[in-house]
Design a protein around this ligand. Structure first.
Ligand code: SF4
Length: 398
């Protein structure tokens, strides 16, 4: 089989998994304007933006010789559950002989899921499949550990673009991973490279932390979210995403009693605002905003595909969360019309606003009390208004 898969974030793990199972990999190109144009041309007008980009991406992979597409499905009352079937039908109607294999929850149809596993397993023994799955999972964990450090260091790099270059180099190292020993070596090399990034010294209280939340595809795929993480890093802001591949695996594929995914806590935080599972990651979106507020982040960027109903609902409760938790949130709607300059201007203005607010607050506090202020204290007092700080109450006394 010549296999391709969605281009969503770092594709190294999917690529390695299928390669180790002995498939010929057709690596989908990074989505570009051509990908989007192709997807928009061959998708229903009112389908979600991620579905259009995936359509374009699949068409490009088919041009490169792919005959099988492997992806995951979706649950709940949103359109993600129909993606696979819709892509299959459109691709067939365009004359492509292709099979779209979608892995849904095994509980939905165990027999059909096992038929798909048998096909993708490609004649390998169960022991080999188990080793491959374990290695791919560990790879996803290692890559996420390294990427999280890059997302912080990018804000303070002395030479613009160095962190991004290091991250690209790390992905190159992981290309050569075929067993556990290679993996340990690749992670160590990556760690060394990260520690070699030259940094500017920035006082703790002046550091800015931004969370990025929203629908999984637009959060993870940097080519369609205008490289939001690099943009924020360039504005000296640390970034943390709400979605990482290893977290997704922990929550969706592994028994929760062993992995105890952080997402369960996030869902509890989202519960007061959205009680039902309304599809997509809407509940997680609001839960993550509360989590970031509790952890002292300075602001949140909320990414939503145009016309995504779950994210429209989360957007409607964001003003309440901002009011209750005092955390600013910028919602950006993403579709084929979204322009880089527009996003850049809005994000720059948002970060400027946060910097000004933070420095004003810092000046007021240090002028009035002549005390050293920690970042988390600053956010704490910001959420409760300055008056309590100015009157000399301690955090514990409130
Ligand atoms: S989460 Fe939003 S963008 Fe994703 S499939 Fe559902 S409706 Fe579409």
């Amino acid at each position: 089989m010549k296999v391709t898969f969605p281009h969503m974030g770092n594709t190294m793990v999917y690529k390695k998994l299928l390669e180790l199972l002995g498939h010929e990999i057709i690596d989908p190109p990074v989505p570009s304007k051509r990908t989007i144009d192709l997807g928009v041309k061959h998708s229903p007008e009112f389908s979600c933006f991620p579905m259009k980009v995936l359509m374009g991406s699949y068409l490009e992979a088919l041009e490169m010789g792919a005959d099988t597409i492997i992806s995951s499905g979706g649950h709940g009352p949103c359109r993600a559950g129909y993606y696979g079937e819709t892509h299959q039908r459109i691709l067939n109607s365009l004359g492509h002989e292709v099979e779209v294999i979608i892995f849904d929850d095994f509980k939905d149809d165990f027999k059909d899921s096992m038929r798909k596993v048998w096909k993708v397993k490609n004649g390998k023994s169960w022991a080999e499949v188990w080793r491959t799955l374990k290695l791919s999972y560990r790879m996803s964990k290692a890559l996420d550990r390294l990427e999280k450090q890059i997302q912080i260091k990018r804000a303070y790099e002395a030479h613009t673009g160095e962190s991004t270059r290091v991250w690209e180099g790390i992905q190159g190292c992981f290309e050569r991973v075929y067993n556990d020993t290679d993996l340990i070596e690749a992670e160590a090399q990556g760690q060394n490279a990260i520690e070699g990034i030259k940094l500017r010294q920035v006082p703790q209280e002046k550091r800015i932390k931004i969370g990025v939340v929203g629908e999984i595809y637009v959060v993870m795929e940097q080519s369609i979210n205008m490289k939001i993480e690099e943009l924020l890093g360039g504005l000296n802001a640390e970034v943390e995403r709400s979605q990482y591949l290893s977290d997704w695996i922990d929550f969706n594929l592994l028994p929760k009693r062993y992995t105890k995914p952080h997402e369960l806590e996030i869902l509890k935080l989202g519960e007061p605002y959205i009680q039902e599972m309304i599809g997509g990651h809407a509940k997680q979106t609001v839960g993550h905003i509360v989590d970031y507020a509790q952890r002292g982040f300075d602001g949140v960027i909320h990414l939503m595909p145009f016309a995504c109903l779950p994210e429209l609902i989360s957007q409607s409760v964001i003003p309440t969360i901002t009011k209750e938790w005092g955390i600013p949130v910028l919602s950006l709607s993403i579709d084929e019309q979204t322009g880089t300059a527009n996003v850049q201007t809005r994000v720059e203005a948002f970060i400027d606003m946060i910097k000004m607010k933070k420095s004003k607050l810092l000046n007021t506090i240090t002028d009035s009390q002549n005390v050293e202020v920690k970042n988390e204290d600053l956010l704490y007092w910001h959420r409760r208004g300055l008056s309590q700080y100015q009157c000399g109450c301690s955090r514990q006394s409130v």
